[in-house]
Ligand binder design. Structure first.
Ligand SMILES: *Cc1c(COP(=O)(O)O)cnc(C)c1O
Length: 238
């Protein structure tokens, strides 16, 4: 199957699940996750209609983004950073990406703020939440909600960050259904944050990947991040 055919199939699936859940397909953004795949694959996806592209590593993205932008036109693709960001790479990330979905500590948020200010940019961000408290995952912990809410209070005050919502990575489970409580948990948390911090925007819920995006959409995902179903199996694991 070609990237274009895969993309079409994923789009149809998103539309079906959305309509069955009484949701509008247009309120769900598909981020095609191109990590490990070359610039040529991204250009194929763009030519088949993908305009939101996700990468999980800054160096890899720094190699690919300029050449893809040259090929398709700068500003045509919205680039999403979806992987853990080290603070020393924050400057490059702010310069390269249109959205950073993986703000996972207050310190990182403050570092991104500094670079966004220096670059004269308003940086759209999502806060990544470790809903299941998985020790192998990045993201804000919810073990001590008071601590989390204190961090969020600081983050919403950072003038060059434009908070758009939350992101989570579902648990590694045998069936997608088992991920449902985690996605629901993120939505409930989002609703809580929207009450507590109405000065920020909490519209976006980035949740759902190749194996679990249908369940995520049923639970309110507004952004799904899909790699393998579009680009095929990855050879390396990242
Ligand atoms: C790789 C990755 C995805 C896409 O995963 P697939 O299973 O290939 O759909 C989504 N989100 C994050 C954070 C990733 O690292």
């Amino acid at each position: 199957m070609s990237v274009a055919e895969n993309l079409l199939r994923v789009r149809e699936q998103i539309e079906n699940v959305a309509l069955k859940s009484a949701r509008l397909p247009a309120e769900i953004t598909l981020v095609a996750v191109s990590k490990t795949f070359p610039a040529a694959s991204i250009i194929q996806a763009f030519n088949a209609g993908a305009i939101d592209i996700g990468e999980n590593r800054v160096e890899e993205a720094a190699d690919k983004i300029p050449s893809v932008d040259r090929a398709v036109g700068t500003g045509k693709i919205r680039w999403h950073l979806i992987g853990h960001l080290q603070r020393r790479k924050a400057r490059d990330a702010v310069a390269l990406f249109d959205m950073i979905q993986s703000i996972d500590t207050l310190r990182l948020a403050e570092t991104v703020q500094r670079h966004a200010f220096a670059l004269g940019k308003q940086m759209p961000v999502l806060l990544q939440v470790n809903v299941g408290g998985d020790p192998n995952k990045f993201g804000f912990s919810l073990d001590h909600r008071d601590v989390f809410f204190r961090d969020v209070e600081r983050i919403v005050s950072l003038p060059n960050l434009r908070i758009a919502g939350l992101m989570t990575i579902g648990p590694l489970v045998a069936t997608a259904e088992e991920a449902r409580p985690f996605f629901r948990g993120l939505r409930i948390l989002r609703d809580d944050l929207a009450q507590r911090f109405p000065q920020a925007s909490w519209t976006q819920l980035s949740m759902g990947m190749t194996d679990d995006y249908a369940v995520a959409i049923q639970e309110g995902a507004t952004i799904v991040r899909i790699g393998r179903a579009i680009f095929g199996q990855r050879e390396t694991t990242t």
